[in-house]
Design a protein around this ligand. Structure first.
Ligand code: HEM
Length: 221
């Protein structure tokens, strides 16, 4: 009798546990899909930004590459520190990709400097998730960018590509979605924060490109 009773509860618990896991992964997939769909236009604007275009097309010289690394540093360094300060309790620290940018810049003899990101600090956990989505997700294009850099970078710059190697995806990206299992996220707030950050990045990149007098590449597609 006791055996049947215990077996029943084991069944109920296991059954509910599996369902809970399924529900969680559905919620996470849904949130990511919503963020992805809602920020498609903003991503397109950023990956077609003059500064980013230089990584993929046209003549990429050492000076131009240093300008791009520096602009990325000026985004990642302050924002990663802002994230560290408000990190959700129990959350794994994500890799500081600004450290890799500093190493890459150093290898090129470049010095980090100029205008840093000073955008809005997330006020809610949902805003934090939206902003982390933009920053962790940005590693995804790395592999594609790396393929271009492998042939287009001047030879002396080719070992300064640590930042684009994408090793943070397993950690940063995974950490983010694991964290969203512990908190409740209002997707509209996360989306607003992600869009706002993409806009701030656009302004920051434009400033750095103009400052370096970067020109649009001729072979537009
Ligand atoms: C030349 C520049 C860039 C290129 C070519 C590029 C390309 C890509 C590609 C191919 C993906 C999809 C990867 C996949 O689904 O397997 C992706 C995802 C993503 N990128 Fe970029 N990217 C660039 C710059 C950026 C920047 C500067 C940011 C933000 C700071 C950014 C944010 C994101 C985000 C958030 C995702 C994840 C989208 C999702 O939910 O799947 N990207 N990028």
């Amino acid at each position: 009798m006791v055996g049947i009773f215990a077996g029943y509860w084991q069944y109920v618990l296991l059954h509910n546990f599996v369902n809970l896991g399924d529900v969680l992964s559905l919620i996470i997939r849904d949130l990511r899909q919503q963020l992805r769909d809602a920020t498609k236009a903003e991503h397109h604007k950023i990956d077609h930004h003059l500064l980013m275009e230089n990584l993929l097309r046209g003549d990429l010289n050492k000076k131009g590459y240093i300008t791009v690394l520096n602009a990325l540093y000026c985004l990642h360094f302050p924002i990663e520190n802002a994230f560290l300060a408000i990190r959700h309790h129990g959350e794994f620290p994500s890799p500081m990709r600004s450290g890799w940018l500093a190493e890459d810049l150093d290898r090129m003899g470049g010095v980090a400097g100029g205008r840093m990101w000073s955008g809005r600090i997330p006020e809610t956990v949902s805003g934090y998730v939206g902003m982390r989505y933009v920053i962790e997700g940005s590693a995804m294009g790395g592999k594609l960018i790396l393929r271009h850099l492998a042939t287009r970078l001047p030879v002396e710059c080719r070992d300064a590509t640590r930042f684009f190697q994408g090793d943070s995806l397993d950690l940063g990206w995974k950490n983010l979605w694991e964290m969203t299992e512990q908190v409740s996220v209002v997707s509209s707030e996360a989306i607003d924060a992600a869009k706002r950050l993409f806009d701030e990045i656009d302004v920051l990149f434009t400033h750095h490109a103009e400052n370096a007098r970067m020109e649009r590449v001729k072979d537009q597609f």
